[in-house]
Design a protein around this ligand. Structure first.
Ligand code: G3H
Ligand code: 13P
Ligand code: ZN
Length: 311
């Protein structure tokens, strides 16, 4: 089976009231951990590559490893460009064999976002590739860009029909209060998401797949493990899992998770070295990191996304 687009996955997810996990990948162990989990749980998968991951690993290595994952697992896997910020980057990913791209022009005006997104959609659709775009702006850190809470903005439901109709985009990421990175809410405050915005978007775009970025739940036990073994991660708070489950039961068909995989990897490696200070073979600490990624992904597939058994 070749790489697939997300079209069929989203259709089934929308109808079934669950979401597909979109996990960020940067190296072989992360890819293997995610794919092993999906294989055991028979779950469809989106593996996504950011501009930073492309720089770190070289996209051809990541693509070939993802192709190996398809052969190894026989699962429907979509290879997606995460937060493409230019037409050129999206085109390069399409030419390089990705089956899905995100054009993130959400920091521009509505009309400029429409213009750029439409251009990407034209090229992508001519090559049988699907496109995700974004309306509204999340807070947090992606790549080197740090969007402060005051520069973040919720999606305006009044814009979504015009945006989708004029661009021809295949899915839409919206801002309802999730944010990138491990520090999503201030300690002592109650995490809130704007489900009213999601409901209104759903009403305006019936049947249309919605995407949630910044959806790590930042499991406190992983933060605790990192801290216990010499790290320093004060005050990290993620999205409560019941909120993600609620979103998945609504129009949200794709939920993006990266920080939780980073936390799982780092916790496993810190713990490994604390317990085995003399180890120096990378397999000795990358093996446990891969296993930790597998376990957190299994948990997400079953308890958060509900896409287990849906491949
Ligand atoms: O939304 C951003 C993802 O977490 C990717 O992060 O740009 O550091 O690879 P990155
Ligand atoms: P987290 O930082 O919450 O994992 O979000 C990842 C993301 O949105 C990737 O696009
Ligand atoms: Zn994101």
């Amino acid at each position: 089976m070749p790489l697939v687009t997300s079209t069929e996955m989203f259709k089934k997810a929308y109808e079934g009231g669950y979401a597909i996990g979109a996990f960020n990948v940067n190296n072989m162990e992360i890819i293997q951990g995610i794919v092993e989990a999906a294989k055991e749980e028979s779950a469809p998968l989106i593996l996504q590559v950011s501009a930073g991951a492309r720089k770190y690993a070289n996209p051809i290595y990541l693509r070939k490893m993802v192709e190996a994952a398809v052969l190894d697992s026989n699962l429907p896997i979509c290879l997606h460009l995460d937060h493409g910020d230019t037409y050129a980057l999206c085109k390069d990913s399409i030419d390089g064999g990705f089956s899905s791209v995100m054009i993130d022009a959400s920091h521009y005006s509505l009309q400029e976002n429409i213009r750029i997104t439409k251009e990407v959609v034209k090229y992508a659709h001519d090559h049988n590739v699907v496109v995700e775009a974004e309306l509204g702006r999340l807070a947090g850190i992606e790549d080197a860009i740090n969007v402060s809470a005051k520069d973040a903005s919720y999606t305006n439901p009044d814009d979504v029909q015009e945006f989708v109709t004029k661009t021809g985009v295949d899915s839409l990421a919206i801002a309802i209060g999730t944010s990138h990175g491990a520090y999503k809410f201030k300690p002592g405050t109650k995490p809130q998401l704007r489900f009213d915005v999601l409901e209104e978007v759903e009403r305006r775009l019936p049947g249309f797949p919605i995407v949630l970025h910044g959806s790590s739940s930042v499991p406190p036990q992983l933060v605790k493990t990192i801290n216990e073994f010499g790290g320093a991660m004060p005050d990290a708070i993620g999205i409560p899992e019941e909120m993600l489950r609620r979103a998945a039961s609504m129009a949200v068909c794709k939920i993006n998770i990266d920080s939780d995989l980073r936390l799982a990897c780092t916790a496993a490696i810190r713990q490994h070295f604390a317990e085995n200070p003399s180890h120096f073979d990378p397999r000795q600490y990358l093996g446990p990191a891969r296993e930790a990624v597998k376990q957190i992904v299994k948990h997400k597939l079953i308890n958060v996304l509900g896409c287990n058994g849906r491949a």
